[in-house]
Design a binder for this molecule. Structure first.
Ligand code: SDX
Length: 390
């Protein structure tokens, strides 16, 4: 259960990070947060309850969860000056760039209250980030569609407040859609943590230098942005739309992937750890049909995704390389059905992953073994030589 202490990458033994937060078995397709199976949490829990579990190691009591929820509601407002920050960026700015830069900017309002060694500062800034990042994310969305920002409505739940900030408009009362609310809650839970993935490792590495939570989380957002990581959910929808619009058959596309033509990849497939079906992808796929039906949306891209999966799973190229759908393969179709623009998909991944990043940042800070992160190197460059004429 504790996993390996060292991993052999073929030429350099790298001591693995020890963590008690999330357990993954890549061969068996197992994912557990603090020992609880992801399938049970996604079906029965809430984003904030799971956030508490990741942060503190146990499920909260009803009173603890109530107080946690209340504290977060009371920290959703952004400083009015920060709202003007958004107007300094072009309306074409990618929401992930807006999110990472506004998160870094957030720290400028809390200088003197961001000491990583001060437990009160750490608690308060955990609440601030959980409360304010969804607001920043929604403002990035509103900016990209040229609509006015709304103020948070703290009478709403975390997810409903987030939906209203994204889809509500000044001129109308926003009606919460319970199907969207439950589907988004479930998707956020599925993204809350995933062990030592690239963005979480980035948060830990940046935090190990003594950088505060805001700077560490902003770095994690930038790492997540890449299309090989969190950016894949956006890349999947772009890939499906390109296949649809090109008129190319799915089989022909798969042949191009197998021939590695122009470096094309089957986005949303493959994983550094899962060499079996990503348990999250299974849960997302199961709910995709249900959510689209309940939202009254028929999206041919979902049918296209299923056809792609079916062909790939029955093809030796993918089987030999143990390539299966990962969490990003089906999520975008659901986000699209909810009304999110494609460029918001990775922002939604970031909001989901935030509690895991914060939990890992704390775990690293509280680990007496923690030293400033400095990965080992095997030097492969030139031997010693002299400067000409020396
Ligand atoms: C996330 O780490 C995490 O936990 C991440 C994440 C999280 O929750 O934080 O799970 C979220 O990032 C999921 C991954 C999202 N990315 C994508 O869907 C992008 C497409 N996937 C690939 O880029 C790739 O699968 C990776 C980067 C995800 C994993 O790469 P690996 O395990 O290092 O595999 P590899 O690059 O060594 O490839 C092995 C072989 C190669 O072929 P050969 O050289 O042996 O002939 O498989 C091929 C690769 O070309 N391959 C693919 C492929 N992924 C690997 N071929 C086509 N399409 C793909 N998607």
């Amino acid at each position: 259960q504790t996993g390996h202490t060292t991993l052999d990458y073929g030429f350099v033994n790298t001591a693995a990070t020890k963590s008690a937060i999330t357990y993954i078995d890549g061969d068996e397709g197992i994912l557990r947060y603090r020992g609880y199976p992801i399938e049970q949490l996604a079906t029965n829990s809430t984003y904030l309850e799971v956030a508490w579990l990741l942060l503190y190691g146990e499920l909260p009591t009803a009173d603890q969860l109530g107080a946690f929820d209340e504290r977060i509601r009371r920290h959703t407002l952004l400083h009015e000056d920060l709202k003007r920050f958004f107007s300094s960026l072009p309306h074409t700015a990618h929401p992930m760039s807006v999110l990472s830069s506004a998160t870094a900017a957030l720290s400028t309002y809390y200088e003197g209250q961001s000491d990583p060694n001060n437990p009160e500062h750490v608690e308060l800034n955990t609440i601030r980030l959980l409360a304010k990042l969804p607001v920043i994310a929604a403002y990035a969305h509103k900016k990209s569609v040229g609509q006015a920002f709304l103020y948070p409505d703290n009478s709403l739940s975390f997810v409903d407040n987030f939906l209203r900030l994204n889809f509500g408009v000044m001129s109308e009362q926003y009606e919460i859609n319970p199907v969207m609310s439950r589907a988004l809650e479930r998707l956020l839970i599925l993204h809350e943590d995933h062990e030592q993935n690239a963005s979480t490792s980035t948060v830990r590495l940046v935090g190990s230098t003594g950088a505060n939570q805001f700077s560490s989380i902003s770095a994690g957002i930038n790492a997540l942005y890449g299309p090989l990581h969190g950016g894949a959910n956006e890349a999947v929808l772009d890939m499906l739309a390109r296949i649809r619009d090109s008129g190319e058959s799915v089989q022909r596309f798969v042949e191009r992937v197998k021939n590695k033509e122009d470096g094309v990849k089957l986005m949303g497939f493959g994983h550094r750890v899962y060499k079996n079906y990503d348990p999250r992808a299974k849960l997302v796929k199961e709910s995709a049909d249900e959510v689209l039906t309940e939202l009254g949306v028929h999206d041919p891209l979902l049918d296209l995704a299923k056809e792609l999966e079916d062909i790939a799973l029955n093809d030796d190229y993918f089987r030999e390389r143990r390539l299966y759908p990962n969490v990003d393969f089906y999520t975008g179709v659901i986000y699209k059905a909810m009304g999110f623009p494609t460029r918001m998909f990775t922002v939604l991944f970031a909001i989901g992953r935030l509690p895991g990043w914060l939990a890992h940042w704390r775990e690293m800070q509280n680990d007496p073994q923690t030293k400033i992160g400095r990965p080992q190197q095997l030097y492969t460059g030139s031997p010693r030589r002299d400067y000409p004429g020396v």
